[in-house]
Design a binder for this molecule. Structure first.
Ligand code: NAD
Length: 346
């Protein structure tokens, strides 16, 4: 079966998910939506993805032809030819699209900018793939929550309980976004705890976690400062935790001292060096020399490439909802292999 995938919202996340879908042999892009015939349509044209209008009004659809773009119809037309839609509209906008997906009797995936309450179901590959099997719809959690899950879920599975406090040092904006800030300040998120940590509990409720957050003037990556309390009798050492993570997918462990990769700037340069499209890094980056277990307390830092860690998770979520792969590790391997070949990475 080749799953027919629609992308509603062809922006930062949508264009990346589209290419990741296109890389797989068990799914295909049947169309992407744009709100209007703007410059972003050219990318879809270059990739050969059929363009649809975000809206169904004839005047909005006809505006595409007037600007020289071949528009195949409105959102309803796209939903009619798809098995599943990946909603990549701006945060909090997606929820208003839910009724359309339900009336089209199509499966749907939202992104982390929507609330868990909108969907009643959330997703990360390592935490709850099986709970999402054959579900009507889900929400791939945010980049931060995805990153926390990658390292905390295997740790939880080893320990059987986990209590976590973390500080999220958040990039102020995506690199392509000129309208956000701060540009010369550190901005605490005054809603305490921040939503990031508790959001992990939408995919792994057994992990007890809280977080605080600050936004800083950078566009490249978030950094998490994590302190986890392990239960008595955990049997782990700093080295065995590093070994455990090194055997998990989508985690890169490197020594800052040995590689010289000591900041997010060098992490992103590394992603460009290895030829990743857009300079993306789907993996979570953990500094080996920043991991330390003292008694029952584990300290570590990790860096999150905000625009890309959720991309392969969307692909696995498609397989879960469509019921085509019930083993999350098998899906992850298939997804990552296809993306690597697409990126021409050996
Ligand atoms: P974006 O603004 O880059 O792209 C959104 C796209 O949706 C734009 O092309 C916009 O024109 C289009 N759009 C506007 N209104 C729409 C509507 N009503 N229906 C469909 N499309 C519409 O946003 P983004 O950064 O790609 O974020 C998309 C989602 O992914 C959000 O929920 C966000 O929270 C989440 N997310 C973003 C990041 C990130 O770093 N950018 C990381 C993880 C998750």
């Amino acid at each position: 079966m080749v799953v027919k995938v629609a992308i509603n919202g062809y922006g930062t996340i949508g264009k990346r998910v589209a290419d990741a879908v296109d890389a797989q042999d068990d799914m295909e892009i049947v169309g992407v939506t744009k709100t209007r015939p703007a410059f972003g349509c050219d990318l879809a044209v270059r990739k050969g993805y059929p363009i649809y209008c975000t809206y169904d009004e004839p005047d909005k659809i006809n505006a595409f032809a007037a600007a020289g773009y071949d528009c195949h119809g409105g959102l309803s037309d796209l939903l009619n030819v798809a098995d599943i839609v990946i909603d990549c509209s701006p945060g909090k906008v997606g929820a208003s699209n839910l009724a359309k997906y339900k009336s089209a009797s199509i499966k749907w995936i939202f992104q982390g900018g929507e609330k868990h309450a909108t969907t009643g179901m959330s997703y990360t590959s390592s935490a709850n793939h099986s709970a999402n099997l054959n579900a009507e719809g889900t929400r791939v959690v945010s980049c931060n929550t995805t990153g926390l899950s990658r390292t905390l879920v295997p740790l939880y599975h080893h320990c059987g309980s986990l209590s976590v406090e973390c500080t999220m040092i958040r990039r102020a904006a995506d690199p392509g976004d000129s309208s956000k800030g701060p540009i010369n300040a550190i901005k605490p998120v005054l809603k305490v705890p921040s939503h990031h940590g508790p959001d992990v509990m939408t995919v792994k409720p057994e992990i007890s976690i809280n977080s605080m957050a600050v936004a800083v003037p950078t566009t490249i990556m978030h950094v998490h400062v994590i302190v986890a309390q392990l239960p008595d009798g955990h049997n782990l050492t700093t080295e065995s935790i590093i070994d455990m993570w090194s055997q998990e997918p989508r985690i890169i462990l490197m020594s800052g001292a040995e590689t010289g990769i000591t900041t997010t700037a060098e992490v992103m340069e590394y992603a460009r060096d290895i030829g990743r499209k857009w300079g993306d890094l789907h993996e979570i980056f953990v500094w080996r020399d920043g991991v330390k277990l003292e008694g029952n307390t584990l300290y570590y830092f990790q860096a999150i490439h905000q625009e890309s860690d959720v991309i392969p998770e969307n692909i696995d979520a498609i397989r879960a909802l469509m019921g085509v792969e019930d083993d999350w590790r098998a899906s992850v391997a298939k997804t990552d292999d296809a993306i690597a070949r697409y990126n021409n990475i050996l």
